[in-house]
Write a new protein. Sequence first.
Length: 80
Amino acid sequence: MEFQFANLSEFLTMGGHGIFVWVSYLMTFLALVGMAIYPRIARRRLQSELLRQQKNAQRRRRAVSERTATKAPDLAKEPA
């Protein structure tokens, strides 16, 4: 097996094309990292949104039950 480049400097510059090669590797790496991280971030956002909606629903149910509890004795009275 014969190496194409005599030293590390030639390997990094790749005959003047190194900048394009290394930038493409960097962009690919960043895309892969983003694809790995984004679902975790989206899941956390979704979980916090669901928790917020559940808390709001509980608050609404409590408010409705408190309103009906205060109105219930009035309905239990016999008409005069």
